[in-house]
Design a protein around this ligand. Structure first.
Ligand code: FMN
Length: 203
């Protein structure tokens, strides 16, 4: 399976990095925006080369000669995680000023899967209108909103919840905790231990 992973300069670049970890068996085409490179440095301890080594192919965000720039090159679709409001806005308005935006445009025109893991809060009317626009054009808009019913024990579990939902859209189902799949007793035990953890974190 060929999947494009775009990482833009919104907070939460770890979403894109974790995606690559779970896509080891796929052929991945990684594009990291210039702003994302800055955010990677600010938010993570990752070296750029370390992240790039997780992907099969790597392209610069201004390389419009990349195969994924054309609809004639066959790939399943793209996940942009995180997706900044700037990239969302350009996609919503058909502006392909970067390779990530061009890949999104290709996905929409070719009816391929496009998942946008958006990250911003609060959302302005313009952001909401752009989300509606891309949704109507066929994209899946997936704000980076982890759930808590699975009683996450770490930040990584919160991250992986969002990543798992993005991969669900591609029919790739990670073995993460899902609603309705935990036994009641186990849930009760976890509820009790969670209480303790929340209390600790509050201290
Ligand atoms: C540390 C940091 C965090 C940011 N977080 C966000 C964010 O959560 N959402 C967003 O839309 N933009 C965020 N920005 C601003 C984007 O980086 C900026 O709009 C940029 O133009 C996005 O370009 P790109 O989509 O090509 O990467 C952040 C910038 C920095 C430096």
């Amino acid at each position: 399976m060929r999947i494009v992973v775009g990482i833009t300069g919104a907070s939460g670049v770890i979403y894109g990095i974790r995606l690559l970890d779970f896509l080891k068996n796929a052929e991945t085409f990684l594009i990291i925006s210039e702003n994302a490179k800055q955010v990677i440095e600010i938010e993570t301890g990752y070296d750029l080369k370390e992240i790039e080594a997780k992907a099969t192919h790597v392209f610069a965000n201004n390389d419009f000669t990349a195969p994924v720039c054309s609809g004639s090159f066959l790939f399943e679709g793209a996940i942009i995680a995180p997706c900044s409001m700037k990239t969302l806005g350009n996609i919503a308005n058909g502006i392909s000023s970067t390779l990530i935006e061009r890949v999104a445009e290709v996905c929409l025109k070719e009816n391929r899967r496009l998942v946008l893991v958006t990250r911003e809060t609060p959302l302005s009317e313009i952001h909401l209108e752009n989300m509606l626009r891309v949704r109507r054009a066929g994209a899946v808009v997936m704000p980076a909103c982890p759930a808590f019913y699975n009683k996450p024990r770490s930040v990584l579990e919160l991250v992986d919840f969002v990543v798992a939902r993005a991969l669900d859209a591609f029919g790739i189902h990670l073995n993460t905790k899902r609603w309705g799949e935990q036994k009641e007793k186990q849930q009760e035990q976890e509820r009790k231990s969670r209480k303790g953890v929340w209390a600790q974190e509050e201290e």
